[in-house]
Design a protein around this ligand. Structure first.
Ligand code: OGA
Ligand code: MN
Length: 242
């Protein structure tokens, strides 16, 4: 498993379920600091246009709190535009925060996810949905336990993490003692597939004390993620959690 020092199992985690956690991959420092900054600037510009106004509180029973989000179709060019994204060097001089640069970065990201899946004998993603940008504000924000909607999304969810670290907690739906935390540093990418995607809920704890990794509280600062998912229904591009 990649980035395994960023994963912490609860003491009561049943050992027979441990192999399932390998269906979560984390690549720390996937983005160079320059590319990270380009993406963070580009994401904030999109949110300014597409998610105007204050952060949303969510309702009392809502899954998510203190957030803005947008689906950015301008970053969803057909993959045929890039003949071999794995050959695109992530050369800093090459990238700025323009849509075209962001497209190249995201095509490289998607190609890397597919290369990871192929190397694990898992079917690759044929059709990525438009990237989804989620901004959680500085403090008093987070996402409650959920599974991304199974009728809209397929087997693969991948994210790029920007600006500040987040703790993501996974809990097996049928075995509540099976809990593990991952620390997602800015600049990392992560991939959820298989059982981790379908059989575990994931959350970013809202309570400041719960937002901890291996006993250490991780301060919640503003944090943006860019997520790509494989789509099931071509007509379904909107985002749902359940
Ligand atoms: C979500 C989600 C994770 C992240 O938006 O459904 O789980 O990394 N986000 O922001
Ligand atoms: Mn989710």
């Amino acid at each position: 498993m990649l980035g395994s020092n960023l994963i912490h199992f609860a003491p009561a985690f049943p050992s027979h379920l441990r192999p399932l956690a390998s269906q979560l991959a984390i690549v720390p420092a996937f983005l160079s600091p320059h590319v990270h900054d380009c993406l963070a600037t580009a994401a904030q510009l999109k949110l300014k246009r597409l998610a105007r106004g204050p952060y949303l509180e969510g309702h009392f029973d809502a899954v998510i709190k203190g957030y803005k989000e947008a689906t950015v179709s301008a970053w969803a060019l057909p993959s045929s535009l890039s003949s071999d994204p794995l050959q695109d060097k992530m050369d800093d001089a090459y990238f700025d925060s323009s849509d075209q640069s962001v497209n190249r970065i995201l095509r490289h990201f998607e190609a890397t996810v597919n290369a990871f899946l192929a190397s694990h004998n898992t079917p690759t993603v044929k059709r990525w949905l438009s990237p989804h940008v989620l901004d959680l504000r500085d403090g008093n924000s987070g996402i409650g336990a959920h599974v991304d909607h199974k009728s809209a999304f397929g087997d693969v969810i991948a994210g790029l993490c920007l600006i500040s670290p987040a703790v993501m907690r996974f809990r097996h739906i049928e075995e509540p003692a099976a809990v593990f935390d991952v620390l997602l540093p800015p600049g990392c990418m992560y991939i959820q597939t298989g059982s981790v995607r379908h059989m575990f809920t994931h959350e970013i704890p809202i309570s400041p004390l719960e937002h901890s990794f291996n006993g250490k509280v991780i301060e919640r600062k503003q944090r943006i993620s860019i997520m790509v998912r494989d789509g099931l229904d071509p007509a379904q591009a909107s985002f749902k959690r359940s």
